[in-house]
Design a protein around this ligand. Structure first.
Ligand code: SAM
Length: 286
């Protein structure tokens, strides 16, 4: 079993290597794919003028920009990401009331009790020690502060991830089976685990709102195949596969996606949680 430090180092290497490069290269398609989930999360987060916000795992800063608009010139958003490449891209937005910092959000020295909202769009599933990370966010929040993030539910509820994986698996080396506590794209699929992490890190008044909607995977199957294997379980499998195995796996994915191809692109069902919590039990709902 890997230590939490090893798991964290693996994630840092991934997001500073193929993960960050792949995210940047596919950002337009990704925005079309997860933009609606992010919009729902931003609505639920309800950032207000004058608030101080942290955007965890902010990537190229799309949600940081939206949060900065919401808090206005009297508020501020701090976007933190572990990927040098993505933070560099985020800084090009030059948002006057936002700052982007390169760092591990799990251990970043946020000023204590300084912020109103900790937000994340799919950026909190990658910590080696999630309880320590969420403790860090909890202590950064004012007692009246709140947490709101969106994360994927289990793979079985997310055909956009499962259909390609099932189609490709017979042609690839045995897929690594992540342990129940390992970080990764679907690491927060188990609601009971997320509840445990948040409670152990000091959050209260937890809420889990299911959000089910189609995920745009690409305009054409060829577009999707170009990006296949960049993230999630297939990235690990492709890293160990031969070129011939990858070719066969991609052909199988193309077959499996054919029934879902339309003139408006390829969409498959997706399922997320909008997870909310309060920093302290005395706080009213945000
Ligand atoms: C799935 S991407 C989401 C990016 C962004 N929130 C968005 O929605 O476009 C996950 C992000 O989390 C970042 N990340 C992973 N582990 C992190 C950590 N320990 N601290 C800060 N950022 C992290 C990655 O670099 C990546 O940008």
């Amino acid at each position: 079993m890997k230590s939490t430090a090893e798991l964290a180092a693996e994630q840092a290497a991934f997001w500073n290597g193929p993960g960050g490069q792949g995210w940047l290269a596919s950002i337009e398609r990704i925005e079309r794919g997860i933009g609606d989930f992010g919009t729902a999360a931003l609505v639920a987060a309800n950032a207000r003028p004058g608030e101080k916000v942290i955007d965890v795992g902010c990537g190229t800063g799309g949600t940081t920009w939206a949060l900065a608009q919401a808090v206005g010139s009297t508020g501020h958003v701090l976007g933190v990401d572990i990927s040098g490449e993505l933070i560099a891209a985020a800084r090009t937005h030059r948002i006057p009331n936002a700052t982007f910092e390169l760092g591990n959000a799990a251990t970043y020295p946020f000023a204590a009790a300084s912020c109103d909202l900790v937000f994340s769009r799919f950026g909190v599933m990658f910590f080696g020690d999630p309880v320590a990370a969420f403790r860090n966010f909890q202590q950064a929040l004012k007692p009246t502060g709140r947490l709101l993030f969106v994360c994927w539910r289990k793979p079985a509820e997310n055909p956009w991830g499962l259909v390609p994986l099932r189609a490709a698996a017979p042609f690839l080396p045995p897929l690594p089976r992540p342990g129940p506590e390992d970080p990764g794209q679907f690491a927060f699929g188990d609601r009971a685990r997320v509840e445990r992490i948040l409670k152990e890190s000091g959050f209260c008044a937890l809420s889990f709102t299911p959000l089910d909607q189609p995920v745009f995977m690409g305009q054409t199957i060829a577009d999707i195949l170009e990006n296949t294997g960049r993230f999630g379980p297939l990235a690990r499998a492709f890293a160990e596969a031969t070129a011939e195995q990858i070719e066969k796996a991609k052909a199988a994915i193309a077959e499996a996606l054919k029934p879902h191809a339309t003139a408006e692109g390829v969409r498959l069902p997706g399922a997320c949680w909008l997870v909310g919590a309060q920093a302290s039990s005395g706080a009213s709902a945000g």
